[in-house]
Write a protein that binds this ligand. Structure first.
Ligand SMILES: Nc1ncnc2c1ncn2[C@@H]1O[C@H](COP(=O)(O)OP(=O)(O)OP(=O)(O)O)[C@@H](O)[C@H]1O
Length: 259
């Protein structure tokens, strides 16, 4: 399931504005990679380019390649809907479908994928996904109750269950804990550490401790000033980036001197 991602010379635009410039990096399978850097340096933009969510915004486009398992996601024959099924995404604010039950929320992506499944199979997928997201025990007796009735941390785990229900190869997470309390944050961090056995995980975080706790590799992005493009400054094993970064800007950011 988990796949390596190779990004080659990627430029990312909003109309004429170059938001992220010339990023090349490899993201390892079955590992957690954290994107860190000051506000506006393009972390979320770059993350969204990894599953073709970026181009949903009118005028937004990329140049360059994002290769997963030998396939360039931006090749003309590739269907972006399929890309988004194999590269799942979890957002900053938990966003369960408000009118749907817990069960329907988890199963929602299966229908979008157009796969025909009988009820028993759907129930199996729902249970497996909720177990995978460490939520099963808390919700197994209320599967037909609204997803919106869960706590924030439970809702975020529901969103993770919904994302993994379609068996993606990669999970992208854009500040998945920023709306959560410390206990729920810990639950999500533990879940991320478990999920990396099966998925390639990329997480954007503003929280340095979180990046240090959960990630195997860390990519630091920076921006020279307003209106300038964000750039990848360095990427490497998290222990190395945090203890002996190769760039002064990385050290300044990590030690809290700016950003
Ligand atoms: N929809 C959009 N249209 C035009 N410009 C955008 C859009 N979204 C983001 N940008 C611009 O792209 C640049 C990168 O933004 P992005 O949100 O990716 O940065 P970020 O590092 O994730 O920031 P933050 O940490 O504050 O979330 C910024 O200059 C931002 O203003």
């Amino acid at each position: 399931m988990a796949k390596q991602i190779d990004v080659e010379r990627l430029n990312i635009y909003y109309r004429d504005f170059l938001a992220v410039e010339d990023v090349s990096m490899s993201i390892e399978a079955r590992s957690v990679t954290a994107f860190i850097g000051p506000s506006g340096c393009g972390k979320s933009t770059f993350l969204r380019s990894l599953n073709r969510m970026h181009e949903v915004i009118p005028g937004a486009r990329v140049q360059g390649r994002v290769v997963i398992d030998g396939q360039d996601l931006y090749a003309p024959e590739v269907d972006p809907v399929r890309v988004r099924a194999s590269v799942g995404m979890v957002f900053q604010k938990p966003n369960p479908f408000p009118t749907m039950s817990i069960r329907e929320n988890v199963a929602a992506g299966l229908k979008l994928n157009g796969k025909r499944m009988n009820k028993a199979t759907v129930d199996d997928v729902v249970e497996r996904s909720l177990r995978g997201a460490n939520l099963w025990n808390e919700v197994k007796d209320r599967l037909d109750k609204p997803g919106a009735g869960l706590s924030g941390g439970q809702q975020q785990r529901l969103c993770i269950a919904r994302a993994i229900a379609v068996q993606p190869e990669v999970l992208l997470m854009d500040e998945p804990c920023s709306a959560l309390d410390p206990i729920s944050t810990l639950a999500i961090e533990e879940l991320i550490s478990e999920l990396k056995a099966n998925y390639t995980i990329v997480i954007v975080t503003h929280n340095m401790q979180q990046a240090a706790r959960v990630s195997d590799s860390c990519a630091f992005f920076n921006i020279a000033g307003t209106g300038k493009p964000g750039k990848l400054i360095e990427v490497g094993p998290t222990t190395k980036v945090f203890s002996t970064p190769s760039q002064q800007a990385t050290e300044d950011y990590i030690s809290g001197r700016f950003g």
